[in-house]
Design a protein around this ligand. Structure first.
Ligand code: 13P
Ligand code: ZN
Ligand code: NA
Length: 283
């Protein structure tokens, strides 16, 4: 069955690895992620943005995730990524999501606290995990766009206060990563991660996982990051494999002929991220 991400992330923070969370948009992507985690004996988080929830419907996503989770020995959680509205939170919980990100990071502190508390109260009562964001992760994710000059890093003291004020069990502090592929290398503030981790004992989440060099991922995890989100790289790997099929054989008209290579390529990309996060063998 699908499990809450809370115990997975607490174990990861305590033992110094990160559970990898992958944004999926199709059945084949969802299957590839769970197959990769199964092969590596790793706990894993499937996630969808609100855009994908609208695209497929939360019930279809949750049903597919449930079937995949029922067929594997590794723990699988289903997470709603970067949600800004309460109605979608409720819909996804009703459909079977086991973890919710309420993202009110674009609002003033008090409003972020209020929105987060509301979701924590609902989720706590039914064993669903909650993630909230403090500061702003740069780049574009779904319909949320943050200009570089707007991307403000999280303040460590404010992180501690936020966790106290909201009771949120998982925190995503902005520490210099961005959604999408970096022009050059990301500018991660490792010292800030260490200062936040010293003040906050809940698992921390590293957003913008695509394009971060392995050494930097490992360093961020060693300092307290217990979940890493990966979206853009998966979309690129999946789509490039499909493009390649059509480049070689433009007349293909059977979806299986282009989705199978895409799924295979994605499975390998997912395995690489799981290994990078030190999550292999942790199921
Ligand atoms: P990337 O698109 O950079 O992998 O970021 C993913 C993410 O943070 C999803 O919430
Ligand atoms: Zn994100
Ligand atoms: Na990124």
């Amino acid at each position: 069955p699908l499990v809450s991400s809370a115990p997975l992330l607490r174990a990861a923070r305590a033992q110094g690895y990160a559970v990898t969370a992958f944004n999926v948009h199709t059945l084949e992507m969802l299957q590839a992620v769970v197959e990769a985690a199964t092969e590596l004996d790793a706990p894993v988080i499937l996630q969808s943005t609100t855009g994908t929830v609208q695209h497929l419907g939360p019930e279809f996503i949750a049903a597919a995730a449930r079937v995949a989770a029922d067929q594997t020995h590794v723990p699988v959680a289903l997470h709603l990524d970067h949600c800004t509205n309460f109605a979608t939170v409720v819909k996804c919980i009703r459909a079977g999501y086991t973890s919710i990100m309420i993202d009110a990071s674009m609002k003033p502190y008090e409003a972020n606290v209020a929105d987060t508390r509301r979701v924590v109260e609902l989720a706590n009562a039914i064993g669903v995990n909650v993630e909230a964001e403090l500061g702003k992760v740069g780049g574009v994710e779904d319909d949320i766009s943050v200009a570089d000059h707007d991307a403000a890093l999280a303040d460590p003291d404010e992180c501690a206060r936020f966790v106290m004020d909201t009771g949120v069990p998982t925190l995503a502090p902005a520490i210099g990563t961005a959604h999408g592929i970096y022009k050059g290398e990301p500018n991660i503030d490792f010292d800030r991660i260490a200062r936040i981790a010293a003040l906050v004992d809940v698992p921390l989440v590293l957003h913008g996982g695509s394009g971060i060099p392995e050494a930097q991922v490992r360093r961020a995890i060693s300092l307290g990051m217990a979940k890493m989100n990966v979206a853009t790289e998966l979309r690129i790997v999946f789509t490039d494999a499909i493009k390649q099929v059509f480049a070689c054989t433009p007349n293909v008209d059977d979806p299986r002929h282009y989705l199978k290579p895409a799924k295979d390529a994605l499975r390998e990309a997912v395995k690489e991220k799981i290994r990078m996060c030190g999550a292999a063998g942790r199921a």
